[in-house]
Write a protein of this length. Structure first.
Length: 566
């Protein structure tokens, strides 16, 4: 604002604005979009009011933007490089929609307000999650509406109007919601289809289908939807509600203008005090620093675990453990010194995101035979179950029934104030019963036997999880079902790429070490397919001497994959 009105200091002020913008982005990249919105709409307000020329408006936008980009570019390149290297998973449109503010959470205090929380919850009955809200306060909004009427008559207030409207509209996200549920109107179906087709063309990874799914078909679209389609990386910002930070500047300026209708100074002071009380933030709980370490971490610190780590687990749903995604798990690594599969980030590497999704979609995971080999791919030695509620007790009972795990101990929390005011149960993941097999058998396999496993039919599929895109070595030892058939062969395919073939010579076994190139491996789930030219039932080819009715092709005594160089 000062740069617009001070020609003699304009360039210096615009450069300073760019430096401050870059500083805010270095703290949180959300400000790349929040700052861009604020600069653009504020300048547009002055331009539309005729207070500045188009040339000056362009100068005001270009100079701070150029300075900010030059300063923040190393951070952006570093983030982009590491995101690409880890194939970091981002968000779906369902996530983006969830994190937008609802229309009825804007004009209320926080639902966690120490005094007015019950009033706020009586108005907003959606998912009680503060980050997806934009609570401005009842009194502040009412006075802002009064200020809006006054501001419409004053050209110099147009930037404030632009900022308030743009920020609040963007905070509502990609569809209009009430109680965090998208509002629908059947007549909007053609518009939603057109937007979806456009999004599918611009960002096919985000708009995966050419037609909108049920949640979005007929939903009331907002400018945030179009902005998501055409703005690079905006969908990765996730929380549209944070645009209220920019919008609230305009709203509270209008609130101040609305206060001017009261001539009595004490009335204005009293109303201002009520507004401050209404928007008081949720009190933060203090913690001693450094925090007292949990006894489970102290025990873990003394364990020798070369090239191994842990998995911090918590109940996501009844009988459904998921990775703990909070700052406490990261801080705990400073205490016990062990790597954890869990973390505290909005963006996870593809392999970690895959494990999180797998756990979250497999109820009774400790009853699932695939859990142990799944965790071994992440070199997990101990699973730490954070007993934060009764839900974890059911998970612990199931874990104790899994022979792949051994309960080491349930450690009580430390005395006094602590980030971990609950027991933590440590489960040791035991070595596999047959170390020659570490893949997860999916389709086309018979049950595992003491010697190995039969491949059933002519196609068999197995899966493993890669934590790095490096060369892997696949060890195979197999023998064919003895058939009197010519040209019997077997081929090995990984992620659709055929890496090895073998022509059976009679009934002789086959042993091979196949290199899976790093450019074939992908972070997260990888799939091995075994294709056989022939399969038969032992009961048929033995004339009834062997009663086995299974359709078999080859027996495998070893089927193991390991990363190279890790």
């Amino acid at each position: 604002m000062t740069a617009l009105r001070s020609p003699e200091r304009r360039l210096n002020l615009l450069v300073a604005a760019g430096i401050l913008w870059a500083a805010s982005m270095s703290g949180s990249l959300y400000f790349a979009f929040i700052g861009a919105l604020a600069v653009a709409v504020w300048t547009g307000g002055y331009l539309s009011a005729g207070i500045i020329t188009l040339r000056r408006a362009l100068l005001v936008i270009v100079v701070p933007s150029a300075v900010a980009v030059m300063l923040i570019l190393p951070n952006i390149v570093w983030l982009w490089s590491n995101s690409a290297q880890t194939d970091a998973g981002f968000y779906s449109l369902n996530d983006l929609n969830f994190w937008g503010a609802s229309l009825n959470d804007l004009p209320i205090p926080s639902i966690f307000h120490p005094w007015l929380g019950s009033l706020a919850r009586s108005i907003y009955r959606g998912v009680p999650f503060e980050q997806g809200a934009a609570n401005l306060g009842l009194l502040a909004v009412l006075l802002a509406l009064v200020g809006l009427v006054l501001a419409l008559r004053k050209k110099q207030w147009r930037p404030v109007l632009f900022l308030a409207v743009a920020g609040i509209v963007m905070s509502l996200g990609i569809t209009l919601k009430w109680n965090n549920q998208s509002l629908h109107a059947a007549w909007l179906h053609p518009l939603d289809q057109a937007l979806w087709r456009t999004g599918h063309w611009f960002k096919p990874s985000l708009f995966a289908t050419a037609q909108p799914p049920v949640l979005f078909d007929g939903a009331v679209p907002l400018p945030g939807m179009l902005a998501t389609i055409v703005t690079p990386f905006l969908d990765r910002a996730r929380v549209f509600a944070r645009f209220a930070l920019a919008g609230s500047i305009g709203v509270f300026m209008l609130t101040g203008l609305g206060l001017t209708i009261f001539r009595n100074r004490w009335i204005r002071i009293g109303l201002a005090a009520l507004i401050l009380a209404e928007v008081i933030p949720v009190p933060l709980e203090g913690r001693p620093f450094p925090p007292e370490p949990h006894p489970a971490f102290v025990w873990l610190q003394g364990q020798v675990m070369p090239n191994e780590g842990i998995a911090d687990l918590v109940a996501g749903h009844p009988f459904t453990p998921v990775l703990l995604n909070e700052g406490e798990s990261v801080w705990a690594t400073r205490v016990h010194g062990k790597a954890t599969v869990a973390g505290a980030s909005s963006t996870w590497p593809a392999d970690t995101a895959f494990l999180y999704q797998w756990l979250g979609t497999h109820e009774h995971a400790f009853w699932n035979a695939d859990l142990a080999p799944m965790l071994r791919f992440f070199r997990v030695r101990y699973a730490l179950l954070h007993m934060r509620s009764d839900l974890e007790r059911g998970i612990l009972q199931e874990a104790e029934q899994n022979t792949d795990f051994r309960l080491v101990n349930c450690f009580d929390p430390p005395a006094g104030d602590t980030p971990w005011p609950y027991p933590i149960c440590v489960l040791e993941l035991l070595p596999p019963a047959n170390p020659n097999f570490n893949l997860i058998m999916e389709d086309g396999w018979s049950g595992m036997e003491s010697w190995g496993v039969w491949a059933e039919g002519v196609e068999s599929r197995a899966m493993w999880v890669a934590t790095a895109e490096v060369d892997h070595q696949l060890r195979i030892e197999a023998f064919p079902l003895c058939l009197n058939a010519p040209d019997r062969s077997i081929s090995v395919t990984v992620n659709g790429v055929t890496l090895a073939t073998h022509q059976w010579d009679g009934c002789d076994p086959w042993s091979a070490e196949v290199t899976v190139p790093g450019n074939v491996v992908r972070l997260g789930d990888n799939y091995l397919e075994i294709h056989s030219s022939h399969a038969a039932r032992p009961v048929d080819i033995s004339g009834g001497e062997n009663s086995d009715p299974r359709l078999l092709s080859a027996g495998f005594t070893t089927l193991q994959v390991q990363p190279l160089g890790l």
